[in-house]
Write a protein that binds this ligand. Structure first.
Ligand code: F6P
Length: 351
């Protein structure tokens, strides 16, 4: 089951799970459609997966099973506006399909929901971490992060030349929710001059001084990367809209553009990368980690080691209890290597 927002590399995970299960253990594998909603449906929505069926999806973005990041089953939004606890329907769907174990591929939110379901219904659950935000603290890398960083880096590469041609300040707004991992990684890799992340406060003056300093050195343009959850200088969150489950970030790039233009008259343009960071061909690293996680998760089931999530640490696959994965949120460490590296490259990160 894939759950939560999609990202590149999910199909590589599914493929590895199917190959290991079918070829090594001779098990039957069902893919659940649309996350928990597939188990909630009557009859449960699942598809039989064979190596032949999954192989063509290795290089495809998204998830061949479909997913959703809405509809917490413990407070499920009903058409009449009420919310209902539908957890027992999902548990019933698991048993109706005759499942022996469930592999849940998700971020911390999805893993928390799946673990609660597993505890309530006695389900045998193994988790695989995926999120472009890379904020699951027990693993150095989650599926989808590397591809998202590559896409953001490529966007900066493209913006570089048009910025220089027109003497403009180019602002690239990237995803990441409350963590600045995509922004700082792509910013360093793509040669940004300013990187703003939610973990480090900044000033508009600091940004403007960076632009002016570059101009004094004959550099007529500037590349700024901003993470979507960065707040205004006054500390206000910039959001598009919010449903009752979570707010959607968006608009900090435009805010910065107006502030910079108003303060020093620089010509600014904003690019919001949005969901392009979640789509497209998965990078080789996402496929590699996807394959490793898929095989390791199936092996955990073979060893009857449930309630664990696979992790990537020091080029090794390991596993930890799901409860640990849920509580260990990882934002960018303001004293960490990447922040020190960015500062060492004279990139403005804030004060
Ligand atoms: O958590 C992954 C993520 O892509 C975030 O970076 C982003 O804020 C959010 O999901 C977007 O969600 P949606 O697909 O609902 O617009």
């Amino acid at each position: 089951m894939t759950s939560g927002g999609d990202c590149a590399g999910l199909n590589a995970v599914i493929r590895a799970v199917v190959h290991r299960s079918v070829n090594t253990y001779r098990w039957e594998v069902l893919g659940i459609r649309q996350a928990t909603q597939g188990l909630m449906a009557q009859p449960p929505q699942a598809v039989n997966l064979s190596p032949d069926k999954v192989d063509p999806f290795l290089t495809a973005g998204g998830t061949m099973l479909g997913t959703t990041n809405k509809g917490n089953p413990f407070a499920f939004p009903m058409p009449d506006g009420s919310v209902r606890d539908r957890s027992e329907e999902i548990i019933a769907g698991y048993h109706q399909l005759g499942l022996d174990a469930l592999i849940g591929i998700g971020g911390d939110g999805s893993l928390a929901i799946l673990q609660r379901l597993a505890q309530q219904g006695n389900l045998n659950l193994v988790g695989i971490p995926k999120t472009i935000d890379n904020d699951v603290g027990v693993t150095e890398l989650s599926i989808g992060f590397d591809t998202a960083v590559s896409i953001a880096t490529e966007a900066l590469d493209r913006l570089h030349f048009t910025a220089a041609s027109h003497s403009r300040v180019m602002i690239l707004e990237v995803m990441g929710r409350d963590a600045g991992h995509i922004a700082i990684s792509a910013g360093i890799a793509g040669g940004a001059d300013v990187i703003l992340i939610p973990e480090i406060p900044y000033t508009i003056d600091g940004i403007c001084q960076t632009i002016k300093k570059r101009q004094e050195h004959g550099k007529n343009y500037c590349l700024i990367v901003v993470a979507e959850a960065v707040r205004t200088e006054a500390g206000e969150a910039v959001t598009l809209a919010s449903d009752f489950e979570q707010c959607r970030f968006g608009g900090i790039g435009q805010y910065l553009s107006e502030q910079i233009c108003g303060r020093i008259g620089a010509e600014t343009r904003v690019t919001v990368l949005g969901h392009t960071q979640r789509g497209g061909t998965p990078s080789s690293l996402d496929r590699l980690i996807g394959a490793t996680f898929g095989v390791a998760a199936v092996d955990l089931i073979a060893q009857e080691q449930y309630d664990r999530v696979v992790t990537w640490q020091n080029r090794q696959v390991r596993s930890v209890p799901i409860s640990e994965a849920i509580v260990r949120y990882a934002a960018v460490n303001p004293e960490g290597t990447l922040v020190r590296t960015a500062r060492g490259l004279d990139i403005y990160l804030g004060d």
